[in-house]
Ligand binder design. Structure first.
Ligand code: HEC
Ligand code: HEC
Length: 287
């Protein structure tokens, strides 16, 4: 698929794709675009979710906090090292994924949590695509609410990962011969697709992990929380691609690409993917 070379690791890169960045670059711009009567797909659907916190999401965060404080057989928990309720992990999620010198690989939020759980708490079953991992990632991400995303793609391993992720994103694969970019760049992004509106990949990471009620992948029991890789897998399933394993090198590369494409944008967690409540559009922003 064409367009790959235009992608840059910053949210303003969207100017070269949908040129809708002006509508959603900050809350004021969004409010203005809504007031001017732009339809959500015309503004690339970078919409209201990001501004409106999810109450249900808040409640699920409590479950993440319970895992955070859950003691292992030695009486240790995440909180033993990272402070009460994770006080010392404030804002760090906005810098993930990052290269870890010690384990010699790029770690996403969920894979850092896996490393800590396994090495430091002897919990071998808290890896990506499990309930504790997803809820912990959601909780730790919420500690970075409002922090500006800043994934450093300048180091050699991170630059290489970003480039591989970008290649994968623009590569046609699977039964339908789609690339991620088939849907997530114009003209498909910016129009309706069976009632859904796929967006360009810029800025999307700002709301992940996300509360995804009422949809979940078969077999899940993660209180409807979707991490970024869970969302990627859901798209792979939808578009009949081979589904990557969460935490694998290739899925990590795609996540690096998408998260870095949100650089410069503030995180907003917890929000809901399907926010059924549209009252606030009338109430607050449409006057
Ligand atoms: C025994 C101490 C210890 C425990 C327990 C522990 N961690 Fe860590 N954690 C660390 C250290 C040390 C690092 C530095 C990175 C590394 O070496 O993995 C770290 C790094 C992190 C980071 C990234 C911080 C940054 O600034 O980049 C996150 C997020 C994190 N841990 C989450 C958790 C979670 C969630 C748990 C519980 C499942 C947990 N940790 C349990 C010691 C611990
Ligand atoms: C057949 C079209 C299609 C393909 C191909 C596709 N997606 Fe999606 N994607 C969607 C739709 C539709 C949504 C949901 C948009 C909505 O309603 O908010 C979505 C949502 C997403 C989101 C969340 C966006 C947000 O605002 O919450 C991410 C991230 C994403 N896709 C990444 C990918 C990746 C990575 C691939 C390739 C592995 C991919 N998608 C392939 C259609 C597609």
């Amino acid at each position: 698929m064409p367009g790959r070379e235009k992608a840059i690791p910053h949210v303003s890169g969207d100017k070269e794709f949908s040129n809708t960045y002006q509508y959603w670059k900050d809350p004021e711009s969004l409010k203005k675009a809504i007031k001017d009567g732009l339809m959500s797909h015309e503004m690339n659907f970078k919409d209201f979710r990001w501004m409106e916190k999810s109450l249900e999401g808040e409640m699920v965060l409590e479950e993440g906090l319970e895992y955070f404080n859950q003691k292992n057989a030695d009486g240790k928990s995440c909180a033993s090292c990272h402070g009460e309720d994770g006080a010392e992990l404030k804002d760090v999620y906005a810098t993930f994924p990052k290269y870890n010198e010690r384990v010699k690989r790029v770690l996403t939020g969920p894979s850092q949590i896996e490393v800590c759980a396994k090495e430091r708490l002897q919990r071998d079953d808290w890896g990506p695509d499990t309930r504790p991992n997803s809820l912990l990632a959601f909780y730790v991400a919420s500690l970075a609410d409002g922090a500006v995303i800043n994934v450093d793609t300048t180091s050699e391993p991170m630059a290489a990962s970003y480039n591989r992720g970008r290649d994968l994103f623009f590569k046609r694969v699977g039964q339908f011969h789609y690339a991620c970019s088939s849907c997530h760049t114009p003209p498909t992004a910016g129009s309706y697709l069976r009632g859904q509106r796929p967006t360009t990949f810029f800025g999307d990471a700002a709301q992940y992990p996300i509360y995804h009620f009422p949809y979940q992948l078969a077999g899940d029991d993660y209180s409807y929380v979707f991490t970024m890789q869970h969302q990627i897998r859901s798209c792979q399933q939808l578009s009949r691609m081979y589904q990557g394993k969460e935490g694998s090198a290739s899925m990590t590369d795609i996540e690096v690409f998408i998260r870095a494409s949100a650089n410069g944008y503030p995180m907003s967690v917890p929000v809901a993917e399907y926010n059924m409540n549209t009252d606030y559009l009338e109430r607050e922003y449409n006057q």
